[in-house]
Design a protein around this ligand. Structure first.
Ligand code: ADE
Length: 246
């Protein structure tokens, strides 16, 4: 695809991100900056927020209640979240995969990111408090995704992470598409180490092979380095890589 193309895997319209949140001001956040921000301004992708509190019906605009069975904190009510989800579905024609960011979700992978980036977009439900009532997630067959084994104070930052990972893959956002081919995870390996000028800095030199101009040797060296770092830091990825190459 040419550098000037817009992502339109499905319908001819730009990749569409919707955040369902109690904190709409957290968007676009970091996605308003740098290449993602420029691409947003250029209309290569769109971002909308839906304020879940806007669907509360009482005068206090309540969106949460205490957990059934007891325990700490509050839970987001299914009826209110349902209204927000239906609103998004009405506005988007129900074509966006609906994702709930939660540490209980399946871990996000570059493969899933790639699938989402080449689809029509994402609608991302951001939890606050202890989380969202399970019934509304089940009713809408929501995909639950985690960005790692730690707990954030809400789903918004996780949603920004997911959107960031997708947006940078939209054709034209990062400039040359080639740079994706060699980055971490693209071949099931972590990336090789990077160097630039000056060739000597504080007594540390750039590996000789990278200055040799010998592309075959450079490729082999990078592959060795990628394998070594993956084996050392990510035995899980290393095992999958070895299994795939056998
Ligand atoms: N919300 C809170 N913590 C999270 C995590 N680790 N991943 C996704 N969503 C979250």
């Amino acid at each position: 695809m040419s550098d000037g193309a817009t992502s339109k895997a499905h319908s001819g319209s730009p990749w569409q991100a919707v955040a369902l949140t109690l904190f709409p001001d957290m968007f676009p956040g970091s996605l308003g900056q740098s290449l993602a921000g420029q691409a947003l301004e250029d209309g290569r992708w769109t971002l909308e927020t839906v304020d879940i509190r806007g669907f509360a019906r009482d005068k206090h605009r309540t969106v949460d209640d205490t957990p059934c069975g007891g325990g700490a904190g509050m839970v987001m009510r299914p009826d209110i979240v349902d209204l927000a989800i239906r609103d998004v579905q009405d506005k988007t024609g129900g074509k966006l995969p609906l994702i709930y960011m939660t540490p209980r979700g399946r871990p996000l992978t570059q493969n899933r990111v790639r699938e989402l980036a080449f689809g029509p977009g994402v609608a991302v439900l951001c939890g606050r408090y202890e989380g969202v009532d399970q019934r509304v997630l089940d009713a809408h067959d929501v995909e639950e995704i985690s960005i790692g084994d730690y707990v954030l104070s809400g789903g918004e930052v996780a949603a920004l992470v997911l959107m960031d990972a997708c947006v940078r893959l939209i054709p034209g956002v990062m400039g040359s598409g080639r740079s994706h081919e060699e980055e971490s995870f693209e071949e099931g390996l972590l990336e090789y180490p990077l160097y630039t000028r000056p060739t000597e800095w504080q007594g540390r030199t750039v590996p000789e092979v990278l200055l040799s101009g010998h592309h075959g040797n450079i490729r082999a060296w990078r592959r060795e380095q990628a394998e070594a770092v993956t084996k050392d830091r990510r035995p899980d990825l290393w095992k999958a890589y070895k299994a795939a190459s056998e």
